[in-house]
Design a protein around this ligand. Structure first.
Ligand SMILES: Cc1cc2nc3c(=O)[nH]c(=O)nc-3n(C[C@H](O)[C@H](O)[C@H](O)COP(=O)(O)O)c2cc1C
Length: 119
């Protein structure tokens, strides 16, 4: 079983991260779970722009998902369980988490749909 912890906590002494660590101890570490921790603070997350969106559309059409650009989507798709730790931030989520979600949502990796709906 593979688990992914997405740490979107910004503050060094984050209460949200403390809660997530307690969850991981009781739900994952006591079982035989392979845990990947993704610390968004350390990730070079850049929001999609027009050029990269066009490239992504053509990669999706060609089924070409080898680029490093799709690492987050592959990690997401490869996990059986995902824990996202994020504080409430300006009536929303931290911006790096939104960017991560944007990069995860690749049709053909994280989910699939075609002209007639889900595949
Ligand atoms: C930049 C920033 C923005 C925040 N925005 C909100 C908000 O919109 N609404 C709210 O109820 N709390 C807001 N808070 C309070 C945090 O959600 C709260 O302190 C939370 O416990 C922080 O989590 P952490 O300890 O994991 O960093 C904000 C805090 C910070 C530092």
């Amino acid at each position: 079983m593979k688990a992914l912890f997405v740490d979107a906590c910004v503050r060094e002494h984050s209460r949200t991260r403390t809660l997530c660590e307690a969850y991981m101890r009781t739900h994952w570490e006591e079982r035989d779970v392979d845990i990947q921790k993704l610390e968004l603070e350390k990730e070079p997350l850049v929001p999609l722009d027009r050029e990269r969106l066009l490239k992504r559309d053509s990669d999706i059409a060609a089924g070409n998902f080898l680029s490093e650009e799709y690492r987050y989507a592959r990690e997401f798709a490869g996990a059986d369980e995902i824990l996202i730790g994020a504080p409430y931030w300006d009536c929303s989520i931290p911006a790096k988490l939104k960017t991560w979600l944007e990069l995860v949502c690749v049709n053909g990796i994280a989910f699939r749909y075609g002209r007639t709906g889900g595949l």
